[in-house]
Design a protein around this ligand. Structure first.
Ligand code: NDP
Length: 527
């Protein structure tokens, strides 16, 4: 998600072989990832043990760059998720994990961060092969995830509660306790990163958990679970079930022994999870994406604004909940801005995430590309005009992968589906505005409210627009960066609750008020 931190693509353990279309960077050999063709796989981690699914089923995980089989994992189902919930419940109820001091839990998180850095290159390659993102983006993810673990390592033990002002003879305090068993359901675009936002604070607060990654991108989740064990997190505290949403995920939101559900993914699934969780009145945190406005005033440097707009829209091929997919550009610079945007979008190198100089890797799956293509077709039908992309790349070497070229739409109206719906692909729309008020109206004209950007050299105007936009994060003269210490989450249909920052820890804590009467005497309430 962080944009801008770019390192050179030099690596000792990867070799670029020109013209070779077979996967030439492979996954490491680890017991929980079975090689292609295997009939069995043991990628479930329950009660401190890697094991197969009860029904023995497996799933092929595909490389989105060419459709080849990357690895085989277990296809867990309801019975496996129930096993994992039972393990997490036992680990929580035994009280052992809760009795580990918060300082010690902080040290464990620091150890996980160290291990992430030790295996940085390996994890970056895993994430790149599994999701299609570039290896450079994979490295950025590992560094960001490391920062998240370090941040919550620092917070652990720093806030033991507080004394509350009370009448004489009364002692009153508020203490924090873990919520209990947490279900964590994560999406395919940032499997490692999204999990870290949940797992790190949940561990810091003393919870136990069951993790269910997207069925199509489970690789780095299994790796992170392995690292928690290596760091010394006790058996039963972190459990993993790989499998589909309806089979392995749904039981988490329904089960009475799960106290909290934290979900990142699409709006429709979020609604289903919320409805299912209401039955047992679970605590719930939802991050459901966005359609994020990027407002460009005419006083900015055009070259810089176009540069950032490209990254905002097309980083990780636009498969980012906070992508700047909705440009709102002042009339005075609209034509110059869009001409330059289209020229540079056409020049973006699309290819395997493991190739040098590639900026946009494949979309995550054939199904997802079909959704993006359908959204683009709908945009054309509605009257929006494509000035870049709108097609698959011509390169025959990419024909087997799920690639799509960065696409720019102009002549867009706020009422169009292509402007309102989250496409989650390399597609940006451009609308025009004349006054500051119109820009704000357009920026707020969405059911979502995750993030937005405003570009202007007028400081007061930047602050005014930032204050008026109803989104969880606003960038002024930038788009994309976030910090572990700053809360992340959405207004409106972008979700419920906050991740990161102190509030991200609070999601995983119950506040308990303890009142002590220091000298109880009969109060003659009756008799
Ligand atoms: P989903 O919302 O379907 O998937 C997210 C996670 O929820 C996955 O682990 C999925 O499992 C799981 N899941 C699915 N159904 C259930 C269920 N009934 N109960 C519990 N868990 C469930 O996202 P998609 O992958 O289908 O993407 C759909 C759209 O969502 C995208 O096109 C995009 O618009 C948006 N999206 C938003 C993201 C964000 O960051 N906010 C991230 C990813 C997608 P499984 O994958 O195994 O089925």
């Amino acid at each position: 998600m962080r944009l801008g931190r770019v390192e050179s693509f030099v690596s000792t353990n990867l070799g670029h072989v020109a013209g070779v279309s077979e996967p030439y960077v492979t996954l490491p050999s680890v017991p929980y990832l079975a090689p292609p063709g295997s009939a069995t796989a043991g990628s479930l981690y329950i009660d401190g043990r890697w094991r197969e699914a009860r029904n023995g089923r497996v799933r092929e995980i595909l490389n989105p760059a060419d459709g080849s089989v990357l690895t085989i994992v277990s296809e867990g189902g309801r019975a496996d998720t129930e096993d994992a919930i039972a393990a997490a419940r036992r680990a929580f109820d035994s009280g052992e994990w809760r009795r580990v001091s918060e300082d010690e839990r902080g040290r464990l998180l620091d150890r996980i961060a160290d291990l992430l850095q030790r295996d940085r290159e390996e994890i970056a390659v895993m994430e790149s092969l599994d999701t299609g993102k570039t290896i450079e983006e994979g490295r950025i993810d590992v560094d960001d995830v490391t920062d998240v673990f370090r941040y919550y390592a620092g917070l652990a033990g720093k806030d033991a509660g507080r004394l509350v002002s009370a009448p004489e003879g009364v002692h009153s305090k508020v203490v924090y306790e873990p919520v209990g068993v947490c279900g964590m359901i994560t999406p395919w675009n940032y499997p490692l990163l999204q999990l870290s936002w949940k797992m790190a604070p949940a561990l810091a607060a003393g919870n136990t958990m069951v993790v269910k990654p997207s069925e199509i991108t489970p690789v780095t989740t299994a790796k992170l679970v392995e690292l928690t064990t290596e760091a010394g997190v006790p058996a039963g505290v972190v459990n993993l079930v790989t499998g589909s949403g309806p089979d392995a995920g749904a039981p988490l939101s329904e089960h009475p022994d799960v106290d909290l559900i934290s979900f990142t993914g699409g709006l429709a699934t979020g609604r289903r999870i919320m409805a299912a969780a209401s039955e047992t009145v679970k605590k719930i945190a939802l991050e459901l994406g966005g359609k994020n406005p990027n407002i460009i005033f005419p006083d900015v440097d055009l070259d810089t604004a176009v540069d950032y707009a490209l990254a905002a829209a097309f980083f990780h091929s636009g498969q980012v909940c906070s992508a700047g997919a909705r440009l709102i550009v002042h009339n005075d610079i609209h034509d110059a801005f869009t001409t330059e945007l289209a020229r540079r979008a056409e020049a973006i190198r699309v290819g395997r995430g493991q190739d040098q100089d590639v900026r946009c890797g494949p979309l995550v799956s054939a199904e997802h590309r079909a959704k993006v293509e359908a959204a683009v077709a709908r945009g054309v039908e509605e009257g929006a005009r494509i000035i870049a992309g709108g097609r698959r790349p011509d390169d025959p070497d990419l024909a087997q992968g799920y690639f799509y070229r960065p696409t720019v739409f102009v002549d867009c109206e706020r009422s169009m589906d292509i402007v309102q719906d989250e496409v989650f692909g390399p597609v940006v729309t451009v609308e025009r505005f004349e006054t500051e008020r119109q820009a704000i109206e357009l920026g707020n004209d969405t059911d979502y409210g995750l993030s937005g950007g405003v570009w202007t050299n007028d400081t007061a105007r930047g602050e005014r627009v930032a204050a008026a936009l109803r989104h969880g994060t606003i960038w002024i003269n930038d788009f994309g960066p976030y910090f572990p210490g700053a809360e992340w989450g959405g207004y409106g249909r972008s979700g419920i609750g906050r991740e990161l920052g102190p509030a991200g820890l609070d999601e995983y804590r119950e506040a308990k008020h303890v009142y002590r009467n220091l000298a109880p005497e009969p109060q003659r309430w009756f008799g």
